[in-house]
Design a protein around this ligand. Structure first.
Ligand code: PEP
Ligand code: MN
Length: 337
């Protein structure tokens, strides 16, 4: 249930509604907008009479939420969520580019990546230190050493860091080195991990699972929000269909659909979306045109010798050529980059 407070509702009125909802067993989540405060009541008794709250002082309107996700729904924060990390805002007027190698491989490699990424105008460097590889014999990542190397390279160029957390035991380590914790497609429905991430106060980028519906993605976001961590960025990274030409089928329509259903920022990963570097630039351009709040892309100084995902990693020259194109498209749809 969502209780939308009147413009100028007093703190005492908000507290009275909150107390009334708690009395009936609801967990109350508060969203403070520029005009209205919205109280999200989760749980509580099934046949709760919304009329009881409707007539209380300071209340503008009360809505029952029919979707299975509540806090992730657009109604909870109609104005949209902006995830702010230092001077970077994800979900605001700018399209935020996060780029870098699939995996952190060495000091030299990640330092070069930081230069490619920063010179192109991206704000965040990506790189996996713990890799969810399909084969146990493939490169599994450098672990803490990799995180340390990436943090140093990022700090040298004033970049933020995003890196994947694969299980709950890694949360403290990732939180120490990374500004955004990435949940990979394979872990979108790892509910224990999601629950543990709900108790920290650190931005999380949640990728759509390869066979997950949009509703399932939003329900996974709900797990994280239900513990009070509202700093979530959603990510379309391609889903598995019967098409085999591309690694996955990049579902660009998920971008406007999510913007309609949810207040959370939505970014797109065209690299895993198609799995081939010749197709990544066109999909990146399309994602920005479709309203993506950011892009997550793989770029490597020497993709042919990358230890993971070389085929979908852009060459530095491709990345440098793509960034101004994305800027032009962003401004055509009322955004900056
Ligand atoms: C990655 O970003 O390198 C990655 C493993 O992504 P996904 O979880 O989307 O496969
Ligand atoms: Mn990858």
């Amino acid at each position: 249930m969502l209780v939308v407070m009147q413009q100028g509702a007093t703190e005492a009125q908000i507290q009275r509604i909150t107390a009334r909802l708690i009395e009936d067993g609801f967990n109350v989540h508060r969203s403070t907008g520029a005009i209205h405060t919205v109280l999200g009541g989760v749980g509580g008794i099934d046949d709760f009479d919304t009329g009881v709250v409707e007539v209380m002082e300071g209340v503008k309107e009360v809505h029952r939420i029919v979707s299975p996700y509540k806090l992730a729904s657009r109604g909870f924060r109609p104005q949209g969520t902006v995830v702010k990390i230092k001077d970077v805002e994800i979900g605001g007027g700018s399209v935020v580019v996060m780029a870098g190698p699939c995996s952190v491989e060495s000091h030299d490699q990640i330092e070069r990546a930081a230069d490619i990424v920063a010179d192109g105008g991206a704000k965040v460097i990506r790189g996996g230190a713990f890799k969810p590889r399909s084969s146990p014999y493939s490169f599994q990542g450098l672990g803490e050493v990799g995180l340390k190397l990436m943090r140093e390279a990022a700090d040298r160029r004033g970049l933020l860091v995003i890196s994947e957390v694969m299980d709950s035991t890694q949360i403290p380590l990732l939180s120490a080195y990374s500004d955004i914790l990435q949940i990979g497609a394979r872990n979108m429905q790892n509910y224990n991990l999601l629950r543990d991430l709900s108790h920290i106060r650190k931005p999380v980028l949640l990728k759509r699972g390869i066979a997950a519906t949009i509703e399932e993605l939003l329900l996974s976001a709900e797990y994280i929000m239900s513990g009070g961590n509202y700093e979530i960025i959603l990510c379309e990274r391609g889903i598995r269909t019967y098409e085999t030409y591309t690694r996955n089928t990049f579902d660009i329509s998920a971008i406007p659909v999510i913007h309609k259903l949810s207040h959370l920022p939505m970014v797109a990963d065209p690299s895993h979306g198609v799995g081939r570097r010749d197709l990544v630039p066109s999909m990146a351009r399309a994602a920005v045109a479709a309203g993506a709040d950011g892009l997550l892309m793989e770029v490597h100084h020497d993709p042919d010798h990358a230890l993971s995902d070389g085929a979908q990693s852009l060459f530095p020259g491709q990345f440098a050529e793509l960034m101004p194109q994305l800027r032009t498209i962003a401004s055509a749809v009322g955004r900056s980059l």
